[in-house]
Each structure stands twice: as structure tokens, then as C-alpha cells.
Design a protein around this ligand. Structure first.
Ligand code: MG
Length: 348
């Protein structure tokens, strides 16, 4: 009999469980490998102060994107900016991008050109060089692999495992918009399936559609930290939803967190659309994902540096591990937060 272990479905572990399983025995051999698997990006150092920050990402058609409502140009842009976001999450600056594609015969040259045009626009806007990659054929669909290289200062990098108890938890921008944009696009796709030829009804939803289709990386925040002379104690970008990201910081830093529901920044359009879809706006912000905002923690003494700044919202504080990770609701009751972030291995 074959040992049953080999039959464990990947969905049982989930994405983060799979990564842990595959990498738990890796030890770093080189002094130049400062940080390996387990953060937004890896950190490599060949000199005393400057470090290289590297991250890679793979996206598969039908799993990560649906070309029936995502234009290829937007997809290219998003692939690039979502990778830049991982470098920003380390308090570093993206510099070089490599893109590899596996393309099926379904895609003509101009489709690939369209994808590249979006990637190149993002590179232009973020001052990043596209320095390489690979292209190959695929039996079905499109797979995109991106590797981003950035530059940072060794003592300014922000990891996930360095937060301290009593630190304030902050987010940039607003949350849940990208998820509401996706929900809207999916609804229009369903309508189209039932009534072929129906024109999508997307009017007046520009903000949330843009949040989904053309997200930006918060490189402006990396610059702002420098100008404010503010060193976050930890940081992560919000790609899988606030709940999942705060869990990463808490697990890795060995802490608990108390987050106030009323403080979570939600744009009025996100709020209203959520209500129309019978969704709880807070749940959209907690579990929606793809906002590519930054979640970071600061020492309470640094609060003055961000006070009144419209880019930042303090949403809670870090507490002792035993207090757990909780959402304090508007009616002042405490609910444990579970990470239900987006996981490509879980059937939805
Ligand atoms: Mg990340």
C-alpha cells in the first residue's frame, strides 16, 4: 500500500500551510541572505548598509484572473504594481522587474503586446526597469510569473516579526474597495451569461472598479516615512485582506491585536455597494483583499508624526499574545478575527 500521506490534497494545507510545509527545513547558508522565505520579500546584502529585496509571484488564468472581464492591459499593470507593493511593504524601493509568461495558442501576438503595454506603463510610472524574463508555450491558458528586485537600507527595512506589544496598528488609504469592484464585475458577468449581448451596468462605480482593475502600490508612503522620519516597527501589504495580514504580523511577532471596527477606513462607495449586495462592509474590508494598501505598526510615541495625516488611520493596538486577535465591534463587543483571506487552494 502506498502511504496515504502522498494523497493529502493541497487544499488541506492552504497556501500559507503549503509554503510552510515546503520551506520549514531551509536554513540560509550565506551571510548575504539576510531574510529568506516568510515575509513580503527576501533580503540580500552584499554591502554594509544597502540591501537587495526580492519577491516573486505567479498568477494563473482562471485561478487568479478572469479574462472575460479583466482587460489584458489592466492585468499587466496589476501584475507589476502588486509586485511593487511587496517591496514597498519592506520599506524599500522597487527597481527591476522580470516577467515570465506561459501562453497558449489562444493568444495572438497583440494580446501579449497588450499585456506588456500595461506592465511597461506601470514600470514607467514607478521608475522600474524591466530587465528580463522568459516566454514559453502552455497547453491551456496564460500563466504569468513576476520577480521584483528592490533596494533598501538594512536598518530601515520593515519585517513582520518585529512588532512590539502596545504598538499602534495603522493602515493607509481605505479597504474593501477592490473586493467590491470584483463583486460588481462578477455580477455583470453572470448577467451577461443569462442575457448574451447585455451591456454591463458599471456606471458610477469608477472608484471601486479602479481599485480592482488598476491598483497602485504605496511607494508614496515609503517616501512619506522618510520625510516624517518615521520607522514602522513592522509592515505588510494588504493583498489577502486585513484579517489575514494582521494575523501574519501577530503570529510572527508573537502578539495579539485589538482592532476597532469603527476605525477601519472604508470609502462611502465601497460601503454603499456592499450594502446593496447584502454584504457587511467590515467583512469586505477584513477579508476582501487586493487593496494593496500598507498595514504597519508604530511605537505609540511616534503617533504625533502621523496625527491628522489623511494617508494614515490608526485602527487598533497590539496586545499580549493571550488576549488573541479581536475585532471590537461598533457595539463594543469583542469577536475573534479569523483569517479568511483569499487562498487559491481553497475551493470557494
Ligand atoms: Mg505581501
Amino acid at each position: 500500500m502506498l502511504e496515504n500521506k502522498s494523497r493529502t490534497p493541497i487544499s488541506e494545507l492552504g497556501e500559507f500551510g503549503l509554503i510552510r510545509h515546503l520551506t520549514e527545513n531551509i536554513t540560509l547558508k550565506h551571510n548575504s541572505s539576510i531574510k529568506g522565505v516568510g515575509d513580503d520579500a527576501a533580503v540580500i546584502s552584499y554591502s554594509d548598509n544597502k540591501v537587495t529585496v526580492v519577491s516573486t509571484d505567479m498568477l494563473t488564468e482562471g485561478v487568479h484572473f478572469d479574462l472575460s472581464y479583466v482587460p489584458l492591459k489592466h492585468l499587466g499593470y496589476k501584475v507589476a504594481t502588486s509586485n511593487f507593493s511587496d517591496i514597498c511593504a519592506m520599506n524599500a524601493v522597487p527597481k527591476q522587474l522580470l516577467i515570465s509568461l506561459a501562453v497558449s495558442s489562444r493568444f495572438p501576438v497583440d494580446a501579449v503586446e497588450e499585456l506588456y503595454s500595461g506592465i511597461l506603463i506601470a514600470c514607467e510610472r514607478y521608475n522600474v526597469d524591466l530587465v528580463g524574463g522568459d516566454t514559453t508555450s502552455s497547453l491551456s491558458g496564460l500563466t504569468i510569473s513576476a520577480t521584483i528586485i528592490g533596494e533598501g537600507e538594512k536598518d530601515k527595512l520593515t519585517y513582520r516579526n518585529t512588532a512590539k506589544e502596545k504598538d499602534l496598528i495603522c493602515v493607509t488609504g481605505d479597504l474593501g474597495g477592490a473586493f467590491m469592484g470584483l463583486t460588481l464585475l462578477q455580477r455583470e458577468k453572470e448577467v451577461f451569461k443569462e442575457v448574451p449581448g447585455a451591456q454591463p451596468d458599471l456606471e458610477g462605480n469608477d472608484y471601486i472598479l479602479e481599485r480592482q482593475l488598476k491598483p497602485e502600490a504605496r511607494i508614496d508612503i515609503v517616501q512619506a516615512f522618510q520625510e516624517l522620519n518615521l520607522q514602522p516597527t513592522s509592515m505588510i501589504d494588504i493583498s489577502d485582506g486585513l484579517a489575514s495580514e494582521i494575523m501574519h504580523i501577530c503570529t510572527q511577532s508573537g502578539l495579539g491585536a485589538q482592532i476597532y471596527e469603527e476605525k477601519i477606513p472604508i470609502d462611502p462607495m465601497t460601503f454603499n455597494r456592499a450594502r446593496e449586495f447584502n454584504l457587511d462592509p467590515t467583512t469586505c474590508a477584513l477579508n476582501g483583499g487586493e487593496d494593496y494598501e500598507l498595514l504597519f505598526t508604530i511605537n505609540a510615541d511616534d503617533f504625533e508624526k502621523i496625527k491628522g495625516n489623511p494617508d494614515f488611520t490608526v485602527i487598533g493596538y497590539l496586545s499580549d499574545k493571550n488576549s488573541g486577535v479581536n475585532l471590537i465591534s461598533k457595539s463594543n463587543t469583542s469577536h475573534p478575527i479569523k483569517a479568511q483571506g483569499w487562498d487559491s487552494f481553497v475551493q470557494k
